[in-house]
Design a protein around this ligand. Structure first.
Ligand code: GZL
Length: 334
């Protein structure tokens, strides 16, 4: 009996040992992760689900920006849920709410205007979904977004004014084609330009109106400026190429030579600007880089994996002039 008892007890011990190794981890047999080892598994690009609320398709710049986001997602194997708001803030807000319901890992948004985001960003924060601002900033408390990836629009405005001052030898009657009212690029390009103009008392802005970053509206507003001011106009400051190209059409209709009778400077430096510079109709293009896809997804993966990221990742940008345009155009990606 005693031997059998010992044998049965031994068997029971073996069974417990086995179950301890097979069914559930026990401190005796399964190495416990030590306190500072990563417990949450790291995601990689193929695991990532990203919601992207694009603002619209208003310009060459935006088209290139969208291509960059979509192509990069495809190349990396990221599941991208992309919604185009067609230039309406309400549509962007609806898109963000859809992404929250779908429990995406992270949201990218290019806010069409700076204001009106606090409520929906708060909802995303409440749902534990981080937001990255891409291209345009939003006027919200910094805890409502994890990082801003985009240009220094103030500096783009300052660069434009400095280049124009050289171009017109410090004396001009300027008309300004402003971007989408309330948008960060329009607000800051407007301010940065005027900051430098204070140093040039003979450079005057005689008119300023929004062309909403589109070619058609740029042409329409320039027509109005020409009817109102005629030959008094000696320079145009356009917040983007599309409006500058519209202005060029209006100036030619009016019977003047764009780039000669009226000096023109625009921001973006997209393909159309290079073509206009080669044709002698545009005098300078201040670059605003739309190819933000690679930086955006790199940021997104780091955020989802809990790695620290800068609050602002500035774009790298230059300035281009007609004398280099022919050589550089073949190298441009947008
Ligand atoms: C700037 C971007 C602006 C471009 C325009 O980062 O938001 O919007 O300058 C575009 O061409 O429409």
């Amino acid at each position: 009996m005693k031997v059998a008892h010992i044998f049965v007890s031994f068997l029971a011990f073996v069974v417990i040992l086995g179950s301890g190794c097979s069914r559930q981890p026990s401190s005796l047999f399964t190495p416990q992760p030590d306190s500072n080892s990563d417990i949450t598994p790291k995601k990689n690009y193929e695991d990532l689900i990203v919601g992207y609320a694009q603002l619209g398709a208003e310009s060459e710049w935006r088209a290139a920006n969208t291509i960059s986001i979509k192509e990069t997602a495809e190349n990396l194997g990221v599941e991208l849920r992309f919604l185009d708001a067609q230039q309406k803030q309400d549509n962007q807000i609806v898109a963000i709410r859809k992404f929250i319901v779908q429990k995406v890992d992270i949201i990218g948004v290019s806010p069409i205007v700076e204001t009106g985001w606090e409520e929906v960003f708060q909802e995303a924060k409440g749902a534990g979904i981080p937001i990255i601002l891409v291209d345009r900033r939003a006027a919200v408390p910094e805890d409502l977004y994890v990082s801003y990836l985009g240009s220094d629009f103030l500096e783009e405005g300052r660069k434009s004014a400095r280049i124009m001052a050289d171009l017109v030898n410090g004396k001009a009657n300027i008309v300004e084609l402003v971007g989408t009212v309330g948008s960060a690029p329009a607000n800051d390009r407007y301010t940065g330009f005027r900051e430098i103009l204070q140093e040039y008392p003979e450079m005057k802005i005689i008119d300023s109106e929004s062309g909403d970053f589109t070619r058609a509206r740029g042409r329409e507003v320039m027509r109005r400026f020409l009817q109102k001011h005629g030959d008094e106009i000696t320079a145009v400051y356009a917040h983007n190429d599309d409006m500058a190209l519209g202005a060029i059409e209006a100036i030619e209709e009016y019977g003047l030579k764009p780039g000669v009778d009226i000096k023109i400077i625009s921001v973006d430096a997209a393909r159309g600007a290079f073509e206009a510079m080669i044709a002698g109709k545009l005098n300078a293009a201040v670059e605003c880089n739309p190819l933000l896809g690679p930086q955006f997804f790199e940021l997104a993966l780091k955020v989802v994996n809990g790695q620290p990221v800068p609050k602002w990742v500035p774009s790298i940008e230059g300035v281009f002039f007609p004398e280099d345009a022919s050589e550089i155009l073949p190298t441009r990606k947008y």
